[in-house]
Design a protein around this ligand. Structure first.
Ligand code: ADP
Ligand code: ZN
Ligand code: ZN
Length: 742
C-alpha cells in the first residue's frame, strides 16, 4: 500500500493519487490530513483510501502530514464514503460535511496567551529586598512582588502589566536578568466561560424508564443483535431523563456519546440540563459558536477531552474514536434532512454511523416517523414506550370547529376566527391567561379550495392535493402525472368562489389586533425573527406574561413550557394537509400534537380549538383524539397501498434551469437513459414540472424513482448525476429519501 488516494477541495468527485515516501508510511492511513503538490502549488487534503498501485503513469510523492492535527477518525472517513455513494454526492462534498469550516479551512489556529512566570523565587525575593524604596526599580519590584504573591508564581502577562501599571520594557529587563520567564499557554475559547451551573443527580427511573434503560444497557453490552432503539413517549414522559442516564452508562463503559436535537430545541434550558448532569465532559455545538470556539470544541473532542457532543445536525460528525451511543431526539423532525448537497438525513446517517462503530442509536419522539414506526413494527429496531407523563396532567379539552358552518364573513370582518375561538380568547383575556394561535405556514403552497364548502381538488389516483397552475388553468398531480383542466365553479356546490389560497401569519396578526383590541399581541415566525436574540426576547416576554396572544408558525410548536397558556387555537388545520405530498397527513398529525401539547401545562385544564374545513378528515380526527396508534395504522395502510415509503425507497431527481424547454428536454432524456437500469423493480414517475414550478427564475422538473430496493440503479444514477453531460444552464441533482416533494 504505497499509494494514497487524496481528496482535494478542487475537482468534482475526483481522487488524486500520490506516492507515499517510505519514511511516511507508518503515519499515513485513511483520514490523515496531508500536504501534496498540486500543479505548481501545495495543498492540503484528506487520504480517503490506500492502494497498491495507481492507474496513472506519473505519480508524485506526497509532501507530509499537515500540522494542526485536524485528522479524521477512520470510521468517519468510511461514513463519508458511504454518504457519497448513498446520497449520490461528490467525495469532497461528503468530506466537507464531516468537518466544520474553521477546522477544514485551516485559517484558525490554536489560541495562545502569554504568561509571566518566576524561574527562581529566591532570586526574585532578593531583588525586591535589595531595591526596597528605590524609585527607579519601583515598577520591576511591583511586578516581582505580584508574582511572588501568586501561589504558582505564574500570571497572564497582560493582567500582570495592568495591575502593576508597568510597561513591557520593565518586563524585558527582568527577563534579560533571568528573573522572569515568558511562557506561551494554549487557551480554550470556552463558550460557557463564567457560566456556572448547579450539578444535578439522576432521578429515580419509573418502571417504564427502567425497562427502556435496561434494554439500552443490554444493547450497549452487545446482548441484543439490534443496535437501534425507538423510544416512543409523549412529551413530558421522561425521554430526556432516559437519554441522560443512558449517556451516563455509556461513559461508565469508557465510551463517548453524541446527542442530536433540532436546532430550535437547543435552548438554554436544554443546555443547562445537560451541563448540570455532565459539567465539563460536554461539548455543545450550535450555530451561534464563534469560529474559534468551534475550532477548539472540535479539537477537544478529537483529543477526547470531552466525552459528549450535543448539537444540531452537524454534531453527528463529532470526531470521537470510541463512540458508544447516539441519541436522535425528535427523530421525526424534517429539519434533520439537509436541503442542500449533500442532501443527507442526519437520522439515517446516525443509524449508519452507529452500525459502522458498533454504537447504540436511540431515536426518540412523541410522534415517530413512518419509517421508524415501520422498522419497530418489523422488529428491525427495538422499541421502548413511555406511555405516561411524569407528572400526571389533565389532558386538554379538544374541540374541532367546522369552518363551513360559519357561512361567508360579513364585509370587513375577518374570517380567520370562528365565533367560538373569539369567545375562548376573550375569556382568557378576562382571566389574565395566555393564548397561542397557530398557523401551519406550509399552507402557502398553491392549492385549489372552495371558499364556500371547503372542497379541495385532489388527484383521484394518489390521494394528494392537486397543484393548481394559474397560468395554464390546470390541475396536475406530480406523483402520477395526471393533468386536468381547472374547474371554473366548485364541482361540489357550484360556487364560483373557488380559488387558490394561502394565508400568512401577518394577516392573522392584523386580524387579531382588530378583533382583540386591547390585547398585547406578538408574532413569531421566521420572517419576524431575525436572530436567535429576537426569539429569546419574545419567549421571555411571553414567559413573564407581558404578551397575551402569541401568533406563530412551526417555531412555537416546539417543546416550550408556559404554565399560563390555557388555550391553543389552530387557525386552519387543513392548510398543510392539502399539499401534494404523501407525508402531508403525518406532518399535520405531528404539528397538531405538538401545538396542542402547549395548552394547560399548569394546574388548569387547557383547551385546544382546531378550526377545519374537513372536520371528518381522518388525520384531523385522530389528532383531535390524540390517537397516535390509530393514526399510525391509517397512515401506514395508505402508504402501503400506494407504494410510498416506508414500503419503498424514494429518490427525487431534480432538474432546473432558466430555459424551460431545455430543462424539460433534458429531464426526459435523462430519465430515458436511466430506464434500462431500473428494470421492473423500480417505478419511474415523470418527469413533470415540480409543484413549485419555478424558484428564483429557474424552472423545476422532477422524476421520482420508487422501489423496494434502489441499490441497483444507484451507481449508474450517481455516475450520470456527477459525471454525465448536462446542457449549459441546466442542473441535475438527486434527492435521496426526499422529505419534501415540492
Ligand atoms: P420528555 O423528554 O419526554 O419531554 P423529560 O425527560 O424532560 O421528558 O421529563 C419531564 C419532566 O419530568 C422533567 O422536569 C424531568 O425532570 C421530570 N422527570 C423525568 N423523569 C423523572 C423521574 N423518573 N422522576 C421524577 N421526575 C422525572
Ligand atoms: Zn396522481
Ligand atoms: Zn364548493
Amino acid at each position: 500500500m504505497d499509494i494514497a488516494q487524496v481528496v482535494l477541495d478542487v475537482a468534482l468527485d475526483k481522487l488524486f493519487d500520490y506516492r507515499i515516501p517510505p519514511e511516511l508510511v507508518p503515519a499515513i492511513r485513511t483520514g490523515v490530513r496531508v500536504t501534496v503538490p498540486f500543479g505548481r502549488t501545495v495543498r492540503e487534503g484528506y487520504v480517503l483510501a490506500l492502494a497498491d498501485h495507481s492507474d496513472y503513469p506519473e505519480v508524485r510523492p506526497l509532501l507530509g502530514v499537515a500540522d494542526g492535527a485536524a485528522h479524521l477518525p477512520e470510521k468517519l472517513v468510511e461514513l463519508g464514503n458511504w454518504m457519497a455513494d448513498y446520497y449520490c454526492c461528490s467525495r469532497e462534498q461528503a468530506i466537507r460535511t464531516l468537518l466544520p469550516a474553521p477546522v477544514r479551512q485551516g485559517k484558525i489556529r490554536e489560541k495562545f496567551r502569554l504568561y509571566a512566570a518566576l524561574p527562581d523565587r529566591d532570586a526574585a525575593a532578593a531583588f525586591v529586598a535589595a531595591h526596597a524604596g528605590k524609585k527607579n526599580a519601583a515598577a520591576r519590584s511591583a511586578l516581582l512582588e505580584t508574582l511572588l504573591a501568586d501561589a504558582d508564581g505564574t500570571l497572564p502577562l497582560d493582567e500582570l502589566l495592568e495591575s502593576c501599571t508597568a510597561s513591557r520594557a520593565s518586563v524585558r529587563t527582568l527577563e534579560k536578568n533571568g528573573l522572569i520567564r515568558l511562557e506561551k499557554h494554549s487557551v480554550r475559547r470556552d463558550p460557557f466561560a463564567g457560566r456556572e451551573v448547579i450539578p444535578a443527580q439522576p432521578l429515580r427511573p419509573s418502571p417504564e424508564q427502567a425497562a427502556a434503560l435496561d434494554r439500552i444497557n443490554r444493547m450497549l453490552l452487545g446482548e441484543d443483535r439490534r443496535h437501534v432503539l425507538l423510544l416512543h413517549g409523549v412529551t413530558n414522559s421522561g425521554k430526556t431523563e432516559v437519554y441522560l442516564q443512558a449517556i451516563a452508562r455509556t461513559l461508565e463503559l469508557g465510551r463517548s456519546a453524541i446527542v442530536l436535537v433540532p436546532e430550535i430545541s437547543l435552548t438554554p434550558q436544554t443546555v443547562r440540563r445537560f451541563r448540570a448532569r455532565f459539567g465539563d465532559r460536554l461539548s455543545i455545538l450550535h450555530s451561534r459558536l464563534s469560529d474559534g470556539e468551534r475550532f477548539d470544541e472540535w479539537h477537544r473532542i478529537s483529543r477526547h477531552e470531552t466525552a459528549i457532543a450535543v448539537g444540531a445536525r452537524s454534531a453527528l460528525f463529532a470526531p470521537f474514536r470510541n463512540l458508544g451511543l447516539i441519541v436522535v431526539d425528535e427523530e421525526h423532525e424534517s429539519s434533520y434532512k439537509q436541503s442542500e448537497a449533500p442532501r443527507y438525513s442526519a437520522r439515517d446517517v446516525a443509524v449508519m454511523r452507529g452500525r459502522l462503530e458498533n454504537a447504540v442509536v436511540i431515536l426518540g419522539s412523541a410522534t415517530p416517523s413512518a419509517e421508524s414506526r415501520r422498522n419497530a413494527e418489523t422488529g428491525k429496531y427495538a422499541l421502548a414506550t413511555l406511555s405516561r407523563q411524569v407528572s400526571e396532567q389533565l389532558a386538554p379539552h379538544v374541540r374541532i370547529i367546522d369552518l363551513r358552518l360559519g357561512g361567508p364573513p360579513e364585509k370587513g370582518k375577518s374570517n380567520f376566527f370562528s365565533p367560538l375561538l373569539i369567545e375562548a380568547v376573550r375569556e382568557r383575556l378576562e382571566r389574565g391567561e395566555q393564548s397561542i394561535l397557530f398557523l401551519n405556514r406550509r399552507g402557502y403552497a398553491r392549492m385549489l379550495l372552495c371558499e364556500q364548502c371547503g372542497y379541495e381538488a385532489t388527484c383521484p389516483n394518489c390521494s394528494v392535493g392537486f397543484t393548481y397552475s394559474r397560468q395554464r388553468r390546470t390541475l396536475s398531480c406530480h406523483l402520477c402525472g395526471l393533468v386536468v383542466p381547472a374547474p371554473e365553479n366548485c364541482p361540489d356546490c357550484g360556487s364560483p368562489e373557488i380559488r387558490y389560497s394561502g394565508v400568512g401569519t401577518e394577516k392573522i396578526e392584523a386580524a387579531a389586533a382588530a378583533v382583540f383590541q386591547h390585547a398585547r399581541i406578538a408574532r413569531m415566525d421566521s420572517d419576524s425573527m431575525r436572530g436567535a436574540d429576537d426569539y429569546e426576547t419574545v419567549l421571555e416576554k411571553f414567559r413573564r406574561a407581558e404578551i397575551d396572544i402569541l401568533i406563530g408558525t412551526q417555531m412555537i410548536a416546539k417543546g416550550l413550557h408556559f404554565p399560563n397558556v390555557t388555550l391553543v387555537g389552530i387557525i386552519n388545520a387543513d392548510s398543510g394537509l392539502m399539499l401534494p405530498d404523501f407525508r402531508a397527513p403525518e406532518r399535520t398529525f405531528q404539528l397538531i400534537t405538538q401545538v396542542a401539547g402547549r395548552a394547560g401545562r399548569g394546574d388548569v385544564r387547557g383547551e385546544v380549538i382546531i378550526q377545519s374545513y374537513n372536520p371528518d378528515n381522518e388525520t384531523i380526527r385522530f389528532a383531535a383524539e390524540q390517537d397516535f396508534e390509530g393514526f399510525s395504522r391509517y397512515d401506514l395502510e395508505a402508504r402501503e397501498m400506494l407504494a410510498y415509503p416506508p414500503f419503498t425507497h424514494l429518490i427525487a431527481l431534480h432538474f432546473r434551469g432558466e430555459d424551460e424547454s431545455r430543462v424539460a428536454n433534458f429531464a426526459a432524456e435523462f430519465t430515458e437513459a436511466l430506464r434500462p437500469y431500473c428494470g421492473d423493480a423500480v417505478k419511474i414517475s415523470g418527469p413533470l414540472p415540480a409543484p413549485i414550478e419555478r424558484i428564483k427564475g429557474k424552472f423545476r422538473y422532477m422524476t421520482l424513482l420508487r422501489g423496494a430496493a434502489l441499490g441497483r440503479v444507484r451507481p449508474q444514477l450517481r455516475h450520470m448525476v456527477l459525471h454525465g453531460k448536462t446542457p449549459p444552464g441546466v442542473e441535475v441533482y438527486a434527492d435521496v429519501d426526499a422529505q419534501s416533494l415540492l
